[in-house]
Design a protein around this ligand. Sequence first.
Ligand code: NAP
Ligand code: ZN
Ligand code: ZN
Length: 346
Amino acid sequence: MIKAKGYAAQDEKSDLAYWDFERREVGAHDVQIDIHYCGVCHSDLHQIRNEWFPGIFPMVPGHEIVGKVIQTGAHVKKFKSGDLAGVGCLVDSCRTCENCQTGLEQYCSKGPIYTYNAQDKEGKPTYGGYSNTIVVHEDFVLHISPKLALAAVAPLLCAGITTYSPLRHWKVGKGHRLAVLGLGGLGHMGVKFGVAFGAEVTVLSTSPSKEAAAKDLGAHHFVVTSDPAQLQSVIGTFDFILDTVSAEHDLNLYLSLLRTNGTHICVGAPSEPYEVSAFSLLGGRKSVAGSGIGGIPETQEMLDFCAEKGIVADIELISMQDITAAYARMLKGDVRYRFVIDMATL
Ligand code: NAP
Ligand code: ZN
Ligand code: ZN
C-alpha cells in the first residue's frame, strides 16, 4: 500500500483534520499523481455534512485535483512520469453500459465510482484530493496543458465541466439570452463559458456587491434578485437559466423569467426537493432540466478548449489548515470565486 496524508472528516459533525491513510498500490493501468492543488467545491461541504445521503467516514473530500504524475503502471499508455494530470469527480465506472460506451460515464447505469465518498470495485472507500497523492486508472485521468496556471486549472475539473457540459448539450450560444443564477464557483465558470460561446449573459445574484466583478468576468448584465424592480425588468426574457444555487430557492420565481420554450437547467444540488407549480411550466411551454458534472471525453474537450482560449477559474489560494474558515466563507457566498488548496501546505 502507498502511504498518504490528507485532511478528513471523521463524522458528519466534525471539522476536517489531518489524517494518515493508505492508497492502493499502483496497478498495471494506474497512474500515481503528486497532488499540487485541489479546488474546494460546495459539494465537499454538502457531503461531509451528510446533506445528500449518509456518507462514508472518515471522508477525504476533494474532486478538483491537479498535479504531476510520479508513477505509472506497466501497461499505462496515456501518461508518463512528469506529465501534468488532473482528476475530477469520477475515478471509474462500469465501462460497458450504454452511457459509459458513449462517454457519459457520469451517468453510468451501474453508478459511477466517485472520487471520494464512494466505494471502488473492490468495495474499498475512495478518498479525494485534500491529500498529497492519489492513484487512479489512467482512463479517468485528464491531460492538463502547461500553458495555463495550474492552481487556477483545478476548479475546471468540477466547476468547469459542470457548467461547460449543459451549455454544450443545449447548444447555448450566439443569439441566446443566458442567465446564470448564483455567482459562486460554478456560476463564475458558467459566465465565462456563456460569454465564450457567444451568448448574452446576465448574472442573477443575491449579492449586490458582486456586480462589478460579474462584469469583469464578461457578464453583460447583472440583476439583484432581492430587488423587485430589477427582477420585474427581466421577466420573460431568458432562453436558459443555469441554476448553480446550493441552497433552497423558489424555482417558480425564476421560471417566470424564461421566454416561451425556455429551459431552467439545475446544476446546483440543494438537499431539499424543489416544488414546481404546473402553471409555472405550462404557461410558456417551459422545461426544468438538470445536468451532472461531465464524462471523461467531454472533460478533456473542456480542458483543451480552456487551454486554447486561456480560460481558468478565478481563485483564492488557501493553505490546508484554512479549510474550515474557507467553508464558513463559502456558505456566506464570500468567495471570488473558488478556494483552491495549496497542497504544499499539507
Ligand atoms: P458556491 O461557490 O457556494 O456558489 C453558490 C452560489 O449560490 C453562492 O455564491 C450564491 O451566489 C448563491 N446562493 C447561495 N445560497 C443562496 C440562496 N439561499 N438563494 C439564492 N442564491 C444562493 O457553490 P458551488 O461550488 O458553485 O456549487 C453550487 C452547487 O452546485 C452546490 O449545491 C454543489 O453541490 C452543486 N454542484 C453540482 C454539480 C453537478 O454535477 N450538477 C457539480 C458540482 C457542484 P450569489 O451570491 O451570487 O447569490
Ligand atoms: Zn464539485
Ligand atoms: Zn456504465
